[in-house]
Design a protein around this ligand. Structure first.
Ligand SMILES: [Zn+2]
Length: 182
């Protein structure tokens, strides 16, 4: 957590972004570091957690972006069985960042929390809570609230459009005999 907060402070002092830093660790060893770089890059998604997950993926998938099929066992794409009692219909999924934990200087926004789910991280440890983050001018609490509303009541218009086109490409995925679940 000290390293996550050091990264957060570094970002502020260098004018790279907001006061947010993160590290991903496995068994007490740091695998990847990241910090908010929204101001440095103009990239809205350059939050500390996203940067850190991407860095961990680069470290763990040295062959990326085109991981050879015979090397997948050594990568985040390694297949592992779903936990017992899982409602998931797919028996195996890619390991991603299982067995790792993330330490964040501030509680995650919904985008980062979603990335954490996709990454299959085991635990999230944050220093400042959402209330403290809101108090310094970063308000994402409304996003958590919006997710709880049906589509027609959300702040941003969201609607289904041309479902036939999406169905066609889903069929391409289903027809692919060697598709890799993740
Ligand atoms: Zn975020």
């Amino acid at each position: 957590m000290a390293e996550a907060c050091r990264l957060a402070e570094e970002s502020v002092r260098n004018d790279w972004g907001g006061p947010f830093g993160a590290v991903i660790a496995r068994g007490g060893e740091i695998v990847a570091r990241g910090q908010n770089r929204v101001l440095l890059t103009g990239d809205i998604t350059a939050h500390a957690e996203i940067e850190t997950i991407r860095k961990a993926v680069q470290v763990l998938n040295s062959e990326a972006p085109s991981i050879a099929k015979n090397r997948r066992r050594d990568s985040t794409l390694e297949l592992v069985p779903r936990p017992e009692g899982s409602a998931d219909k797919v028996p195996e999924r890619a390991k991603m960042l299982m067995g790792m934990e993330i330490y964040i200087s501030g509680a995650p926004c919904p985008m980062c929390m979603s990335a954490i789910y996709w990454a299959r991280l085991e635990a999230v440890h944050f220093s400042s809570d959402l209330e403290a983050t809101s108090a310094i001018g970063f308000d994402d609490a409304f996003q958590y609230e919006d997710f709880n509303r049906p589509f027609e009541e959300r702040r941003i218009k969201i609607e289904q459009f041309r479902p036939d086109l999406g169905a066609e490409v889903y069929d391409v995925w289903l027809a692919k005999s060697d598709r890799h679940p993740y």
